[in-house]
Design a protein around this ligand. Structure first.
Ligand SMILES: C[S@@+](CC[C@H](N)C(=O)[O-])C[C@H]1O[C@@H](n2cnc3c(N)ncnc32)[C@H](O)[C@@H]1O
Length: 257
């Protein structure tokens, strides 16, 4: 069932922007704190997504907190995600992150000197990403990370890739919502909010994404999965790389055709 979502304008200087967004996507609009379980709040300092079930908010900020710290000090080419996309001194792939979510993986890859294109299907998350990119535009850390390009598309990634809305990319990176577990482990609050907003992934949607990505990517498709999850339906991965909680299934295009 789709969650009950309201667009909440808490800062009257954002009234036009908030109203336009609500009208475009047919969400109810309020200038009083909504009763609905989930609301996107337009505030003076930006956008925040509140989930009453979890009693917490998600903000996307590329310039402070853990992500900014990682941009400044952490994570070189030895990270598993860097190996998974195939970075080397001779290969700086253009990566399409087709399931952008909160933009964290995309920013980590961009910070390794790669050009990133991002697709997000959820209008709420796409709006938050758009705002985060605009807010970070003058920040030197973000400028350095996005120097090769960091462009966002709000779309369904399967349609986007099947219709080739941009020229193919070297690598397509997929991190679909994790499948529903019988015994659900406690996930972090921001992932609980994403699950309440988007739901768990449907196998057929994941298979469609993988098939489209394999046709679109020039070099490889990388799928991020929970460590013990089944492969997405489709071809067998060429290889898999493991980090503590995550598995990266890699489909090397030249081995599939
Ligand atoms: C687990 S989150 C991705 C988290 C992301 N890797 C990060 O680092 O923040 C999965 C995201 O994929 C998006 N998504 C799922 N299917 C999609 C599709 N067909 N097209 C575009 N986005 C999709 C969901 O809306 C959700 O935001």
């Amino acid at each position: 069932m789709l969650p009950d979502i309201t667009i909440y304008c808490a800062d009257l200087s954002k009234q036009q922007q908030a109203r336009d967004f609500a009208d475009t996507y047919h969400y109810p609009y309020s200038e009083k704190k909504p009763e609905s379980a989930i609301y996107l709040c337009f505030t003076e300092s930006g956008l925040s997504l509140h989930d009453s079930h979890v009693n917490s908010d998600i903000n996307i900020d590329f310039t402070s907190g853990g992500l900014a710290h990682r941009l400044q000090y952490g994570g070189g080419k030895g990270q598993t995600i860097a190996k998974a996309v195939g970075i080397s001194s001779k290969n700086k792939p253009h990566v399409l992150d087709a399931t952008a979510g909160l933009g964290r993986d995309a920013l980590i890859l961009a910070n390794l000197g790669l050009r990133l294109s991002l697709i997000e299907q959820s209008p709420l998350l796409a709006e938050m990403l758009k705002q985060a990119i605009a807010d970070a535009a003058d920040n030197p850390l973000f400028q350095k990370a996005s120097a090769e390009g960091f462009e966002l598309y709000h779309d369904d990634a399967s349609i986007f890739m099947n219709q080739r809305k941009i020229d193919g990319c070297d690598v397509v990176y997929l991190d679909p919502m994790y499948p529903e577990k019988k015994k659900s482990a406690l996930v972090k609050k921001d992932m609980q909010i994403l699950q309440n907003l988007i739901g768990h992934s449907a196998e057929a949607d994941n298979a469609a994404l993988l098939a489209a990505a394999i046709k679109f990517a020039r070099q490889r498709v990388v799928v991020k999965r929970p460590k013990n999850a089944d492969n997405i339906s489709g071809p067998t991965p060429t290889l898999s790389l493991h980090s503590k909680k995550t598995r990266y299934d890699i489909y090397v295009i030249s081995t599939l055709t």
